[in-house]
Design a binder for this molecule. Structure first.
Ligand code: MOS
Length: 713
């Protein structure tokens, strides 16, 4: 990092609030257009018909009534659907994404068996109710706990030091933990409008986290050149992993538009969301944790079994956090997958790590009570100064600063080590904490930066913004470098015809695209300096320079990615969450009274959007801890709470006060802007922090989420 950059970062860290969301006004006034909201000439409406068995095959399908219903244009099933050219034609379906309307096989309850297309949504919905089917029913398995012994090992088990060394430690805990399925339910339903512009040209307005990935996936499915598929998605109403991949309903809409020769809009229903776009998989875990009498870890053994579908092996890092988070000479991890008659899970914020951290950070809390030691002190005793997995130095780690910041702010000194000993206004009071970590990544992105004659700076790249405020962060970076007001900068995104950017996932976009914006702006600035014959990087009058040289604009297109430093250092973001909870002794109701989440994720680009991101993650983790649970009735293999009346998520009244704090020290190696990711660490560790606080309040250790009142009374 050169001196100039260092100064920039230092200046940046002194910025207080940061700019307001560049698209905030559009969003709150309803002017932001989401995928289902485009008015497309000749639009038609699709409604999916879910199958009603859990395993077997379709025997008969009756679509006559539906076809004859008013306004119906077509009813697509596996019997009449045109072939999707990119589907491999092995029979039955080979492992891979569910091939929609491919054959008679049923792999899970709710699998679509037909798509009705009509001239209005209401008519399509009515006609969908007229489709009937009979089935050859086979016995299904949907219960992970019952089938745990049938799991297989998708990845090699991990071991350093001695296997299961915790067993011989002077002090140990050995416990099982359980998280239920959590279903993706962002406010915006998944939606796509598909329109064929020519036989080999297609436009989709689609909810997606990956513009270029969606373009590629749809192009592959329909055997088109990628450039012939236009993907438009400038606004996304929340996505936490569910829009990382291209799902069967997207293929179905494109197929349907081909059949009816008109544009088709397909919006999933809330019930569809429970079976169509993945979920955080139900996972069983076991931790064995051993320490010396003074709290030094002797060994950690972390085992997990997660569920997946029969047609895909969805594998996540549920046990990896135990390999990484603390300095322990002996670590053993084992991970199994169990194939069940369910739809495939998908990443959900902190995929794997959020699951694993619930078990690990709960177990450490249990150990702290066994040792009668403050849980922060116990963690500091086992603090890793280099990456325990690779032995490499960290690019940056200030987790100890985060512990201190958070402990001070929550009032950790008010915590009583003896559970159930503090009562305020008739409520039991408890304090708890849990830490998190996630890889800090930097990919490759291309950004066009163009200075116009009127002094407006245009930035373009094909990234999406699923909510964190990507545009805002990019404008903020550019404004800082170019020394022009944010209001003079326009950031175009969400369009596949723009220069390529990666999928928004893995907390990597500010690092990746932010660095590309940084590099593009610096290059543009250098071009101006060259024109102007100046060398210092003082404030420049871009408008005057353009005018002097008779130019309408000056632009650069820059591709930016990491270098060898990516391999030299272990790069992670870190978080710690502190909770003060109240538990009602008679009813078992848990209220989060105060939450303080602290992130060590390098330079904070925009304090406002970063705070929102952390708060959102804390709230999501609160849902995981206290409410969210998709329940299958295993007799039928069907979800029984596939709606917002029965599937609970936190609302305003559940979350009185969340504070987000930042260490805000630049990472000197990850990229030129010093910023690491924060999306995932916002949730990782939260559920354990709440469970630990509940234990501190009540003396009851709940190891199976969610912590509902019945488990406390
Ligand atoms: Mo995130 S789980 O990479 O959307």
């Amino acid at each position: 990092m050169n001196k100039h950059m260092e100064n920039k970062i230092l200046n940046k860290t002194s910025t207080l609030e940061g700019i307001s969301r560049v698209d905030g006004r559009l969003k709150v006034t309803g002017k932001a257009k989401y995928s289902a909201e485009y008015s497309v000439k000749g639009i038609t409406y699709g409604v999916l018909v879910p199958g009603t068995i859990t395993k077997g095959s379709i025997k008969t399908l009756d679509i006559k009534k539906a076809e004859g219903a008013p306004g119906v244009l077509s009813v697509i099933t596996y019997l009449n659907a045109p072939k999707v050219p990119g589907y491999q034609t092995d029979k039955p379906q080979a492992k891979g994404m569910l091939k929609i309307f491919y054959d008679e096989q049923i792999y899970f309850n709710g699998q679509p068996i037909a798509l009705v297309i009509a001239d209005s949504f209401e008519r399509a919905l009515f006609a969908a109710s007229l489709v009937t089917a009979t089935y050859n029913v086979e016995p299904h398995q949907t219960d992970l706990i019952k089938n745990r012994s049938n799991g297989f090992t998708p990845r090699k088990d991990y071991s350093r030091g001695e296997d299961d060394a915790y067993k011989n430690a002077p002090v140990k805990v050995e416990q099982e933990y359980f998280i239920p399925t959590e279903v993706h339910n962002p406010m915006e339903l998944h939606a796509i409008i598909a329109r064929w512009d020519a036989d080999d040209k297609l436009t989709v307005f689609d909810k997606t986290q990956g513009i270029k990935a969606t373009q590629k996936n749809i192009a592959q499915a329909f055997k088109l050149p990628p450039d012939n598929v236009q993907v438009t998605s400038p606004f996304v109403g929340g996505a936490f992993g569910a829009a990382l991949r291209t799902w069967p309903h997207e293929i179905a809409a494109v197929l349907a538009a081909k059949v009816v020769k008109r544009p088709v809009k397909l919006v999933l229903s809330r019930a569809d969301m429970f079976t169509s776009v993945g979920y955080r998989p139900l996972t069983w875990q076991k931790i064995g944790l051993g320490a010396t009498a003074d709290g030094k870890f002797v060994g950690i053994t972390h085992e997990a079994a997660g569920q997946t579908s029969v047609y895909e092996d969805f594998t996540e890092n549920s046990v990896n956090i135990s390999q990484l988070m603390y300095a322990s000479p002996n670590v053993t991890t084992r991970y199994k997958l169990v194939s069940l008659n369910v739809n495939t899970p998908t990443p959900m914020r902190g995929p794997g790590e959020a699951t694993g951290a619930f078990a690990l950070e709960s177990a450490i809390d249990e150990l702290s009570y066994a040792l009668n030691m403050d849980p922060i002190e116990l963690r500091l005793k086992n603090y890793a100064d280099t990456d325990p997995l690779s032995g490499k130095p960290y690019s940056s780690k200030f987790l100890n600063d985060a512990y201190k910041l958070g402990a001070d702010r929550i009032g950790w000194s008010n915590r009583n080590q003896k559970p159930g000993s503090v009562i305020e206004k008739g409520w039991l009071v408890g304090y708890g904490m849990g830490a998190g970590m996630f890889g800090a990544y930097r990919g490759s992105a291309t950004v066009l930066a163009r200075m116009m004659a009127d002094g407006t700076l245009l930035l373009q790249t094909a990234v999406t913004d699923i909510g964190p405020g990507t545009g805002t962060a990019m404008v903020s970076i550019a404004s800082d470098i170019m020394e022009i007001p944010a209001g003079k900068i326009k950031f175009d995104l969400g369009d596949s015809s723009l220069p390529p950017s990666p999928t928004q996932g893995g907390s990597s976009i500010t690092s990746t695209v932010g660095s590309a914006v940084n590099d593009a702006c610096k290059e543009l600035q250098a071009k101006f300096q060259e024109l102007n014959g100046t060398t210092e990087s003082g404030k420049m009058d871009y408008v005057q320079i353009l005018k002097k040289h008779n130019l309408q604009q000056l632009e650069v297109t820059t591709t930016s990615h990491g270098g060898p430093e990516q391999n030299k250092y272990a790069m992670y973001s870190w978080s710690v969450h502190f909770m003060k909870v109240l538990v009602h002794p008679a009813t078992g109701v848990v209220k989060v009274d105060k939450a303080v989440s602290v992130a060590d994720c390098g330079t904070i680009i925009s304090n406002k959007t970063a705070s929102s991101q952390i708060k959102g993650g804390t709230i999501m983790g609160t849902g995981m801890a206290l409410m969210e649970e998709a329940v299958i009735d295993h007799r039928y293999g069907r979800l029984i709470n596939n709606n917002f009346a029965d599937y609970h998520v936190p609302v305003q009244a559940d979350i009185p006060q969340v504070e987000a704090l930042f260490v805000n020290k630049p990472d000197p190696y990850i990229n030129p802007i010093g910023a690491k990711g924060m999306g995932e660490i916002a949730t990782i560790g939260v559920a354990a922090a709440i469970a630990n606080a509940v234990y501190n309040a009540t003396g009851k250790r709940v190891r199976d989420l969610p912590i509902t009142p019945d488990k406390l009374i």
